[in-house]
Design a protein. Structure first.
Length: 557
C-alpha cells in the first residue's frame, strides 16, 4: 500500500508485514478486535512527532506543587502543569483517580486528554530506582551519577547520554559495559580508554575509530586484535611506551591538538556503510549492536524483528518506537520496559494492554487515555470502571476516534508538554520556531545565558597542576560562555585517567560528540570500491568514502 505523508508529502509504503504486525498489537475488547488504523505520516515524521514529547537534557529548578521544596525537573517554571518531586509523586498523599473524567462523545479524544493532562500532577523527573543521582533524567538503576541521561544500570558516571551497565565514565555517548571511559561514542566493553568511536573490547587506548580487541593503541583506525600501535603502525612495547611520552593528554593544549588530528584522520578513513558492533543479520539502519531482522533501526542494542525503532535496547517484535525496551509495542516513546501489547504511550513502564497513556507505572493493565496512574486497570481518562464496563465503552470510543481521524495516530504534537526546541526532536530534526509552530508544536523562547558576576577561574593547562581548589570555582564555557562547575568525582576521574579539565560546558561537549552521528535516514548508495548497492545514512553528497562490508573488511588492518 503506497501512501503520501500528510506532513512532508513524501511517498511511503505500508507493507503486508506492517498490517500483520498492526493486527497483532490491536486491542481486543469483549472478544472483538479493534484494528489499529494505518499511519498517515511517513516513518520519519512519525519519529519526529514522538521525539517532540521527550525532553531529555533540559533541566530547570522549580518548587514541587505538593511539598513546596525546590527540585530539579524537566518542566520550566513557566509551564502551567502541576509538577511533583519524585517522593511526592510516588507517595500516597494524593490520588490520581480524583481527577477522573467522564468520556464526552461530543468532543474529540485529544481535546479531552488535553484537559486531563493539564491538571493531573506530573512526575518532575523520569528517574527510577536510583541512588544519589538527582541530576539525571530518563534513567533507572543508577548509583552516584551526575548529569547523565537515558541511562541504566550504571554507577559513578557523569556527563553523557545512553550509558548501559557502565562504571566510572565521563563525557560519552552510547556506551555499554564500559569502565574508565572518556569522550567516547557508540562503543562497548572498553576499559581505560579515551576518545574511542565505534570500537569494542579495547583497553588502555586512546583515539580509536572502529577498532576491536585492541590494547595499548593510539590514534588508529580499523585495527583488529592489535597492541602497541600508533597511527596503525606496530611497535614493540618499549618503543610504544617511549613514543607515548609525547602525547600527554593531561595537557589541554596537547589534548585539543590530538582531537583535531583524530578528526582529520577519521575524515580520510573509509567508512563502513553502517556503524555497527557485534553480530548484525539482515538489518538496515545505523549504530546497531547485536541485532537481526531489524529494518530502518538506529541506536539499537540487542534487537530482533523490529522496524523503525530508535534508541532502544533488548527489543523484540516492535515497530515505530523510540527510547524503549521490551516487545510487542507500536508508537511508544520512553517506555522501559515497554508494556506488552501496547500502543501510543509516553513514559509508561511495564504492564500490558494500555493505549494513549502518559507516565502510568508499576504494571498497569487495560488503560486508555490515562495520566500518572500506578497499579491500576480498567481505567479511561483516570476513571475506574469494571471490566465489563471498560470492554463495553472502549469500542465506542475507538469508533468515534476513527471518525475524528485520531485512532491509529500518536498524540497530536500540540499535546507535548515541552517546547520543540527542548526535546530530542531538535537534535535529530532541526527546524525553525516558525516551522515548529506551523506543525502545531510550541517553542521555548531562549533565556539569556546567566553569567557569574564574580571572577571566572583560569584553569591550569595540565591536570597535574590542577588542585581541588577548582571544585570551589566557577568556570566559563569557551564556546557559548555558559558557566559550569567541576564536581569531586569528575575531578577524580580526570586525575586517574590523566585527562585535562574540559574547557567547554557539558552541553557544548554533548553537541561535539553528536558530530559523529548521522541523521536517521537511509539513502540508496554504492560501495566506492566495488559499486555494490548499499543502504546507508551517508547522503550521496557527503565527502566520506563509503564501502560495502566485503570491501571494508579487506581494507581493515
Amino acid at each position: 500500500m503506497k501512501k503520501s505523508c500528510r506532513q512532508c508529502a513524501q511517498q511511503f509504503e505500508i507493507t503486508t508485514d506492517d498490517l500483520v504486525f498492526h493486527d497483532k498489537v490491536s486491542p481486543v475488547f469483549a472478544g472483538k478486535k479493534q484494528q489499529i488504523s494505518p499511519p498517515t505520516l511517513c516513518p520519519s515524521c512519525r519519529e519526529q512527532r514522538r521525539m517532540a514529547f521527550r525532553n531529555e537534557r533540559k533541566l530547570y529548578l522549580r518548587k514541587c506543587d505538593l511539598c513546596g521544596k525546590q527540585m530539579v525537573t524537566t518542566y520550566s517554571p513557566d509551564k502551567k502543569f502541576t509538577v511533583y518531586c519524585s517522593p511526592c509523586w510516588w507517595s500516597d498523599k494524593w490520588d490520581p483517580l480524583a481527577f477522573a473524567r467522564e468520556y464526552d462523545f461530543s468532543r474529540t479524544f485529544f481535546d479531552q486528554y488535553r484537559d486531563l493532562q493539564q491538571v493531573v500532577p506530573r512526575l518532575g523527573m523520569l528517574s527510577i530506582l536510583n541512588e544519589n543521582s538527582d541530576y539525571t533524567n530518563c534513567v533507572s538503576n543508577l548509583k552516584d551519577c551526575y548529569l547523565i541521561f537515558s541511562s541504566d544500570f550504571s554507577r559513578d558516571c557523569m556527563h553523557g547520554t545512553w550509558y548501559e551497565y557502565s562504571n566510572s565514565c565521563v563525557d560519552n555517548y552510547a556506551i555499554d559495559h564500559c569502565e574508565l571511559t572518556y569522550g567516547s561514542f557508540f562503543s562497548n566493553k572498553l576499559y581505560n580508554c579515551r576518545y574511542a568511536v565505534n570500537s569494542s573490547s579495547c583497553i588502555d587506548s586512546s583515539f580509536l575509530f572502529d577498532c576491536r580487541g585492541c590494547s595499548n593503541c593510539y590514534m588508529s583506525c580499523g585495527l583488529r586484535n592489535k597492541q602497541y600501535c600508533i597511527e596503525n603502525k606496530p611497535y614493540t612495547q618499549e618503543e610504544y611506551e617511549e613514543k607515548m611520552k609525547q602525547f600527554d593528554l593531561g595537557s589541554a593544549a596537547v589534548l585539543e591538538n590530538e582531537k583535531k588530528k583524530f578528526t582529520e584522520m577519521v575524515g580520510k578513513y573509509p567508512r563502513l556503510f553502517m556503524y555497527r558492533n557485534g553480530r548484525i543479520e539482515n538489518s538496515t539502519g545505523d549504530f546497531l549492536t547485536d541485532v537481526s531482522n531489524c529494518e530502518n533501526c538506529y541506536e539499537v542494542l540487542r534487537g530482533k524483528d523490529c522496524k523503525n525503532v530508535h534508541s532502544a535496547f533488548d527489543m523484540y517484535n516492535t515497530e515505530d518506537c523510540s527510547f524503549v525496551s521490551g516487545s510487542w509495542g507500536y508508537e511508544n516513546c520512553e517506555c522501559v520496559p515497554m508494556p506488552v501489547n501496547s500502543a501510543f504511550n509516553l513514559n509508561s513502564y511495564g504492564g500490558a494492554d494500555i493505549y494513549y497513556t502518559d507516565t502510568c507505572m508499576n504494571d498497569c493493565n487495560q488503560l486508555f487515555g490515562c495520566v500518572s496512574l500506578k497499579h491500576k486497570k480498567f481505567c479511561i481518562l483516570n476513571k475506574q470502571y469494571s471490566e465489563e464496563e471498560y470492554n463495553k465503552l472502549m469500542p465506542r470510543i475507538i469508533e468515534k476516534m476513527g471518525k475524528d481521524g485520531e485512532w491509529g495516530e500518536y498524540f497530536d504534537i500540540s499535546l507535548s508538554p515541552f517546547g520543540y526546541n527542548e526535546t530530542v526532536a531538535d537534535e535529530f530534526f532541526r527546524i525553525t520556531s516558525a516551522q515548529a509552530k506551523k506543525m502545531g508544536a510550541s517553542w521555548k523562547e531562549d533565556e539569556p545565558i546567566s553569567r557569574y558576576d564574580g571572577a571566572v577561574s583560569m584553569i591550569p593547562d595540565n591536570i597535574r597542576d590542577t588542585t581541588e581548589k577548582i571544585l570551589k570555582e566557577i568556570l566559563a564555557c569557551g564556546k557559548c560562555g555558559k558557566n559550569f562547575k567541576i564536581i569531586a568525582k569528575e575531578f577524580e576521574l580526570y586525575k586517574n585517567m590523566n585527562v585535562a579539565i574540559p574547557r567547554n560546558c557539558p552541553d557544548c561537549r554533548h553537541l561535539e560528540r553528536l558530530e559523529f552521528r548521522n541523521a536517521p535516514k537511509l539513502y540508496a548508495g554504492a560501495c566506492a570500491k566495488c559499486k555494490a548497492e548499499v543502504r546507508t545514512t551517508y547522503a550521496p553528497d557527503r565527502p566520506e568514502t563509503v564501502y560495502c562490508e566485503k570491501c571494508y573488511l579487506i581494507a581493515v588492518y
